[in-house]
Design a protein around this ligand. Structure first.
Ligand SMILES: Nc1nc2c(c(=O)[nH]1)N[C@@H](CN(C=O)c1ccc(C(=O)N[C@@H](CCC(=O)O)C(=O)O)cc1)CN2
Length: 294
């Protein structure tokens, strides 16, 4: 069997970002993204820094509110209320995960749904599941953009999503359904996972378990989207290295596959900036909400 086509994330992210820059330039003022981070978790620091840098590169305004890990929930909610009320702010993002003393639900519910560029507010979640256009979580939006850019079909495909997280698994299933795929959502209690994944024309894996998906679990020729970002020991110089939820040997069976790193990850940031421009367009009365679920 010929090795799988590699679906590289960076060129797809660049294509999306050039569209973001063009749309931002057509607005009366640059869209502005406000990001809130609590604590100094190295991965969160790096992701927020990447979002801030990319935002500025494409002509968006960006501000990072880096708060101590011990910040009381009430203080965080007060900051969100100020950002909600500030007309200069187009989009608000609170980087996850949050420290244990802060309720993720309280925080995500507090963000104005029109500025919810992560698509995590229950109103936006509900609109997505209803199949209506709305602000869509960034990794799922990035996955669909990647599939479209590489010309891979979605409508009518048997899609299996492994993982039911609110950030990736659930919204990806909703989005694939909105795009007319036949969707199965598998999870940690799914019996005979291999039998389920072998049914997939399109397999999306987002569980955070290194190499969970092995070649015999994949239908020959299937498209495999690996969302796992696992830091495991054994990299050069004894350092940790990144690996996905999909075993590298799956590339010998699949028709197309995303690498880790350099697959879906870069699309997450590009999709966030696309959502920020969408939010700004909506606020400027230039766009019907979202218009990107289908
Ligand atoms: N408020 C949010 N919090 C989190 C989200 C989110 O969408 N909104 N997603 C993840 C983290 N994340 C963005 O925030 C993110 C994850 C991975 C990447 C990425 O580019 N990954 C690279 C590898 C980078 C590395 O070395 O770690 C890749 O896959 O090539 C970007 C953004 C959780 N929190």
């Amino acid at each position: 069997m010929t090795p799988a086509r590699v679906l590289a994330g960076p060129p797809a992210a660049d294509a999306l970002l050039s569209d973001v820059a063009a749309r931002a330039a057509r607005l009366p003022r640059p869209p502005h993204l406000a990001m809130v981070r609590l604590g100094d978790d190295p991965a969160s620091v790096s992701y927020v820094r990447g979002k801030d840098r990319r935002a500025r590169e494409v002509g968006l305004g960006s501000a990072v509110y880096a708060l101590p890990e011990t910040t009381p929930q009430a203080e965080l909610l007060a900051l969100i209320a100020r950002l909600n009320a500030d007309d200069a702010v187009s989009g608000i993002l609170v980087q996850l995960p949050l420290p244990a003393h802060v309720s993720e639900q309280a925080v995500l519910h507090a963000i104005d749904p029109r500025k919810d560029v992560d698509g995590f507010h229950p109103l936006n979640v509900g609109e997505l599941w209803a199949g209506r256009p709305t602000l869509i979580p960034c990794t799922p939006a990035g996955i669909l953009y990647l599939l479209d850019l590489y010309g891979l079909p979605v409508a009518g495909q048997r899609a299996v999503v492994v993982g039911r997280s609110p950030i990736v698994g659930r919204p990806t299933a909703a989005l694939l359904l909105a795009r007319d795929a036949t969707v199965t959502l598998a999870h940690s209690r799914t019996r005979d996972l291999g039998a389920v994944t072998r049914e997939a024309d399109l397999l999306v894996v987002a569980v955070g378990q290194p190499h969970l998906i092995t070649p015999e679990m994949v239908r020959p020729g299937a498209t495999v989207i690996d969302v796992g970002i696992n830091r495991v020991p054994g990299g050069p110089g004894g350092k940790a290295h990144l690996t996905g939820d999909v075993h590298p040997d799956v590339a010998g069976v699949a028709g197309a596959i995303t690498p880790v790193p350099g697959g879906v990850g870069p699309l997450t940031i590009a999709a966030l900036l696309a959502n920020t421009v969408t939010a700004a367009e909506m606020q400027a009365g230039r766009r019907v909400p979202g218009a990107s679920a289908r």
